[in-house]
Ligand binder design. Structure first.
Ligand code: PRP
Length: 208
């Protein structure tokens, strides 16, 4: 049996559809209920829904053999897992964004609000720019509007949230998409099954 942690929500739905097309279906998952674990013995697969930011924890600790996590989470938490495949789903980009009239004052540390403090620190340390990180958990776009921060480091998908709050992308840090990740021990001991599954998914993955 291969145990797979899927991210709950919209991304999870399209990720599951990919597994289904690859022949790893589990019809019970489509039933409307609050169950979290689904198994298809014939296909040798078991899925469970977890919070997207928790997928890597389940995989790193071996509670799941495989999982699907956003590149943002992998860059932020650097879990000790193998990244097997870019699924080309959930595409967006990690950006620095700020007010349209933003001008950097290098005489003082830049105040950066973000859910991704490690990504923000790495980005600015590569530019030798001193920053003051303000770690928030959501609605990041509010921070510059209320002068809590100068800029934000956040995910931009359509750009609508920025636009509607009179903010603009200033810099792209890195493109983001969903990745198939594997537990290191599982990869060794269930290698044949994992390799077959990864190859089947790769065939169904949308083009770049
Ligand atoms: C993400 C991100 C932006 C928004 C970007 O937020 O933090 O707020 O989506 O999408 P857009 O470019 O298509 O407008 P999410 O929905 O995850 O909520 P939260 O950050 O407020 O928790």
């Amino acid at each position: 049996m291969i145990y797979v942690a899927l991210p709950k929500g919209r991304l999870g739905e399209s990720v599951y559809a990919l597994f289904e097309r690859a022949g790893y279906d589990c019809p019970a998952i489509r039933e409307k209920n609050r169950k979290l674990i689904f198994e298809n013995e014939r296909a040798g697969i078991s899925f469970f829904w977890v919070k997207p930011s928790d997928v890597a924890i389940y995989v790193e600790r071996g509670a799941a053999d495989l999982g699907v996590a956003g590149k943002d989470i992998l860059l932020e938490y650097t879990p000790d897992v193998y990244e097997l495949l870019d699924l080309h789903l959930g595409k967006c980009r990690m950006c620095v964004a700020g007010p349209e009239d933003f001008r950097d004052d290098i005489a003082r540390p830049l105040k950066v609000a973000t859910k991704f403090p490690n990504i923000a620190r790495r980005h600015y340390s590569a530019q030798s720019r001193e920053i003051d990180v303000i770690h928030l958990n959501g609605s990041i776009e509010l921070a510059p509007l209320l002068h809590l921060s100068d800029v934000i480091v956040d995910i931009v998908e359509t750009g609508k949230t920025l636009l509607e709050n009179h903010l603009t992308p200033l810099e792209t840090i890195v493109p983001i998409s969903a990745r198939l990740i594997a537990n290191r021990v599982s990869y060794k001991f269930k290698n044949a099954e994992i390799t077959a599954l990864s190859a089947a998914l790769a065939e169904q993955t949308p083009e770049e």
